[in-house]
Write a new protein. Structure first.
Length: 340
């Protein structure tokens, strides 16, 4: 009797052990991946409850991304980027970038588009490889995308005209442009107007990024590293005109960045799904064609979500998408560029 009892105890213990091991094996790799991701993105949580909540969101994103990539139905992949522990709603709220409100929005196109007759269009343009594009920056938890987009376009035209590539200061635009709402948004055109009126913009090293709205620290002693003289809009909803502009310089755009896949983009050619809206600002730094079966055309975009997003902070997105006069994710709705 005692013997059978002992065996029963052993059996029960055995089952318990097996269950515990199975749970550990099922959970530990995911938790280990979470720890690895936390280390990579320097993420810390205030307490265990918050960490557990973040882990569950991470797990949900991880599973979505895995199954998306395994299905392989799209020309791009998703990745566990810096948004891996955030829900889609959280990304939308933490990186709000809907523009600076209708009231401050300047009248669009003055009419002149200097590249309208430019017909010497190269098959491929990449301002990054020509040395006119700095590394992707990170706006952080602040809706300053328009300042970043403006700065990328100014860095581009400055390098093209002067030969010097200098990282410039989005924080100065956020703090000093009277029409900027800092972390709550702004319009790229207002940023250009500020830089024109101010007689230039400082370098990133002399006016560092803080990801919070501050008071303007630009005075007569601030060294202005780049200047522009004006700005122009590209005729809207016309990817041919957009190509003419991009062939000549990096161009600021507004884009509809809603949707799970846009946020989780990891690389390849983005082809949606996405909508038409103003939710984000980016900068087009090139275009080209993949000479595959379909001769797929693409734009190359610079983002401000850090180098951990997309392809080192950049994105390839389909160009000349049929049935979207305004471009994929409405990227051709309101492009503009600074002049010098
Ligand atoms: C930073 O400011 C100093 C003067 O305060 C200037 O000499 C220097 O060139 C500036 N650096 C850049 C990269 O603009
Ligand atoms: C200009 O701004 C800098 C940085 O905020 C500050 O250190 C300096 O004292 C200011 N100079 C004047 C003349 O206000
Ligand atoms: C698009 O832009 C091109 C070049 O600037 C121009 O020739 C063409 O007429 C425009 N198309 C439309 C539909 O406005």
């Amino acid at each position: 009797m005692a013997h059978r009892c002992f065996i029963l105890v052993l059996l029960v213990l055995g089952v318990m052990f097996t269950v515990a091991t199975a749970r550990a094996i099922g959970d530990v790799p995911m938790r280990a991946k979470f720890e690895q991701w936390m280390a990579k993105y320097e993420r810390f949580y205030t307490d265990a409850t918050e960490k557990e909540r973040r882990f569950q969101i991470f797990k949900d994103n991880y599973e979505y991304i895995e199954s998306f990539n395994k299905a392989g139905k799209y020309t791009y992949t998703l990745a566990l980027n810096n948004f891996a522990d955030m829900t889609d709603d959280e990304v939308d709220t933490s990186y709000p970038c809907a523009g600076g409100g209708e009231s401050e929005r300047p009248k669009s196109a003055t009419g002149s588009f200097r590249y309208a007759d430019f017909d010497d269009l190269p098959d491929e343009v990449d301002w990054a490889s020509k040395g006119a594009v700095t590394n992707a920056k990170n706006q952080g938890n602040c809706g300053s995308c328009t300042a970043f987009s403006a700065v990328a376009a100014i860095e581009g035209i400055s390098q093209i005209k002067t030969g010097n590539l200098i990282p410039l200061a989005p924080q100065q635009i956020m703090d000093c442009d009277p029409n900027s709402l800092g972390c709550k948004g702004g319009w790229v055109s207002n940023a250009f107007i500020y830089v024109i009126n101010n007689g230039g913009i400082a370098s990133e090293v002399n006016y560092t990024y803080k990801a919070v709205t501050g008071s303007c620290a630009a005075n007569e002693t601030l060294y202005l590293a780049a200047t522009i003289s004006g700005y122009e809009f590209v005729p809207p909803n016309n990817e041919t005109a957009l190509m003419q502009a991009v062939a000549n310089q990096p161009v600021s755009i507004s884009i509809c960045a809603h949707g799970r896949n846009f946020k989780r983009y990891g690389g390849g050619l983005f082809e949606g799904p996405c909508d038409s809206c103003f939710s984000h600002a980016m900068t087009i730094v090139g275009y080209g064609t993949y000479y595959d079966d379909d001769d797929t055309e693409y734009w190359r975009l610079k983002n401000s979500y850090g180098e951990g997003w997309g392809e080192n902070g950049f994105m390839y997105i389909k160009r000349n998408v049929e049935s979207y006069g305004e471009g994929l994710c409405s990227l051709a709705k309101e492009p503009l560029y600074p002049t010098k």
